[in-house]
Design a protein around this ligand. Structure first.
Ligand code: ADP
Ligand code: TPW
Ligand code: MG
Length: 581
């Protein structure tokens, strides 16, 4: 009786099967709905099919040789586009490889999302030794801005929306999204799946500054005798280029660009005090920080790089309220997004704005011209082997002639000297080691710069720096990207001249002498060049950039020319034990 009733009750009705979707497709649909078209990653269990399906759906899926470089690519894609760059990795080891890039993105305020597949929760939480077992969410949490896990296919839309919002709103940063393997094969009705997706409306809402904050800031600026604007990479990120130019030119206040803010206004601008940086910081009485933190890169706003304690008043524009007073007192905090804040300052300046005293402008101009004149002969040197200055003098001309190329730069001497010597002419064209001074961003940044902008890329790399991501030249060749890498080959870290005092091993800072990095790219079908003079360097880089092909120029630099740690040797701790005379 019961059995019969059951059969009758469950007799199949003639009904069309509903269309189904699954976790794989929902992740892809959610990204595409939010206009995210590119994924940087490395395939493997459990995300191999996710990459394949994303590619089949028309997304650009760029596969790297190591997750750290995929992560760096995603991070700089975020910086360049204001949309979170996506890095996709496998569980435990792949996740950990991507984590350095996620932490670095967070430190630099770049929006990115690291999406990692993960193992079965039930097994991971009982620590029963699953395949690539790791509690990834817990590990990621302290190293990024936010971390989420999605357990149900119906929550994928919300999970991705939360990740996008967390990455882009307020101070941008890195977000971790944990997607357990089981999620991808979960099935649900397609219509319900589609409805569960969320299009993030206005992911980085404007944050207008309080009118009193603007009045306060203008009052302080008006009182200045020697005002200075410092532009940081937050200003570059904000894409408020016209407003920032107008602020500088209307106010008549000289400015110093931080490394990745170079080119926001051309470095040749008459109000650029970049080449008189030390004087500008030390002698200014009011400093307006625009998207630049008073961290180590600005000597924390105090000490011998600055004037007497208390003699410099700081005004700071930043979207992050807690940045104010982080190192020294900020007399006029302006909390809000840079575009709104700069516009409000401009509006407040109005007609009657007084330009800064002429003697301040003259002091900086004279200093700048003197510094440039002092440097000029070094840039022309024809010494063999090449000095850093001579090689950079050649590249400086090339960048001047190709201002829309993107410059990627890492190393120690190769970084610090290139930053000072190579003028930039357009916003967001200089990408480098950022707040941590991290080595290894080179090839990842180059790939994303080429893919996101379609522009040619010139990488200026120390030989050590290049080694951190060098295998990705295969990626550059595979995707046929217009990237020209110049390796400043001085046989080592800082210099190639150290020796092991015991005579047993190579010194800790040196590499194989006269390595032929140019031959590495030839192995993958790219073009290699080997150059020993500035003229040869110029010819090779121009040929490489004209060809638009993946190329590597091995530039032989005097192994004795560099200094320890480039410009920041003073940060090296010294032994407390005095040497016996
Ligand atoms: P730099 O290294 O060039 O000096 P930092 O990375 O130290 O620059 O500082 C960048 C700052 O810019 C961060 O404090 C960040 O909160 C801020 N920022 C980023 N985007 C915006 C924005 N759109 N509006 C306001 N501030 C921003
Ligand atoms: C992830 C420490 C700072 S600079 C540098 C290292 C190893 C390399 C300098 O040599 P290079 O440049 O590139 O040949 P040059 O022109 O002076 O010879 N690990 C990480 N990040 C950092 N910053 C280091 C180590 C470092
Ligand atoms: Mg070197």
């Amino acid at each position: 009786m019961t059995a019969l009733a059951k059969i009758v009750h469950t007799a199949p009705e003639i009904e069309a099967e509903p269309d189904l979707t699954d976790g794989f497709h929902l992740v892809i649909d959610a990204l595409k709905l939010n206009e995210i078209e590119t994924i940087y990653g490395v395939p493997g269990i459990p995300i191999t099919d996710l990459g394949r399906m994303a590619q089949a759906s028309g997304m650009r899926v760029v596969s790297f040789r190591h997750e750290q470089h995929a992560g760096n690519a995603a991070a700089i894609a975020g910086f360049l586009t204001q949309k979170p760059g996506i890095c996709l990795t496998v569980s435990a080891p792949g996740f950990l490889n991507g984590l350095t890039a996620l932490a670095n993105a967070t430190t630099n305020c770049f929006p990115m999302i690291l999406i990692s597949g993960s193992s079965e929760r039930e097994i991971v939480d009982l620590q029963q030794g699953d395949y690539e077992e790791m509690d990834q969410l817990a590990i990621a949490k302290p190293l990024c801005k936010a971390a989420f896990r999605v357990l149900h296919a119906a929550d994928i839309g919300i999970g991705i929306a939360r990740a996008i919002r967390a990455a882009c709103s307020g101070r941008p940063g890195g977000v971790y999204l944990d997607l357990p393997a089981k999620l991808f094969s979960q099935v649900m009705e397609a219509e319900a799946g589609q409805k569960s997706l969320v299009k993030v409306i206005d992911p980085a809402p404007a944050q207008r500054p309080a009118p009193e904050a603007i009045t306060r800031a203008l009052d302080v600026l008006k009182s200045a005798r020697r005002p200075l604007i410092v532009l940081g990479k937050g200003a570059a990120y904000a894409q408020a280029d016209e407003a920032i130019r107008a602020l500088v030119e209307t106010s008549g206040i000289p400015y110093v660009p931080m490394s990745m803010a170079k080119g926001l206004l051309p470095d040749t601008h008459p109000l650029s005090a970049g080449a008189a940086r030390s004087t500008a910081l030390k002698d200014s009485d009011v400093v307006l920080l625009v998207g630049a933190r008073l961290n180590w890169l600005l000597s924390h706003g105090k000490g011998k790089s600055w004037g007497e304690p208390g003699s410099t008043k700081f005004i700071q524009i930043d979207i992050e309220p807690r940045e104010m007073d982080s190192n020294v007192e900020i007399v006029a905090p302006v909390v809000g997004d840079i575009a709104s804040c700069v516009q409000a300052l401009l509006d407040g300046m109005g007609q009657g704005w007084q330009q800064p005293p002429a003697d301040w402008i003259d002091t900086l101009r004279t200093k700048r011209e003197a510094n440039i004149a002092k440097m000029a002969p070094k840039l022309m040197s024809n010494a063999s082997p090449m000095t850093f200055h001579a090689a950079l003098g050649a590249l400086r001309t090339i960048v001047k002639e190709r201002p829309d190329a993107i410059l990627v730069n890492e190393g120690a001497n190769t970084l610090d000297l290139a930053r000072g010597i190579i003028d930039m002419y357009q916003p967001r064209k200089r990408l480098d080691v950022g707040t941590w001074g991290i080595m290894g961003i080179g090839m990842g940044f180059a790939v994303a710069a080429a893919i996101e902008t379609g522009k040619p890329v010139l990488c200026v790399e120390g030989d050590s720096a290049f080694g951190f991501s060098g295998m990705e030249i295969e990626t550059i060749c595979r995707y046929g990207l217009p990237v020209c890498i110049v390796v400043f080959n001085n046989n080592g870290i800082y210099r190639g001249t150290d020796a092991d005092p015991t005579g047993r091993d190579p010194a800790t800072t040196v590499f194989v002498k006269d390595s032929r990095y140019d031959k590495m790219i030839e192995a993958f079908g790219g073009d290699g060049y080997h150059v020993t003079s500035p003229d040869e360097l110029t010819r090779a880089v121009n040929a490489a950039m004209d060809s638009g092909r993946p190329s590597l120029v091995n530039a032989v630099i005097d192994p004795a020319a560099g200094s320890e740690s480039g410009n920041i040797g003073s940060l090296n701790p010294q032994s407390g034990i005095k040497k016996k005379k």
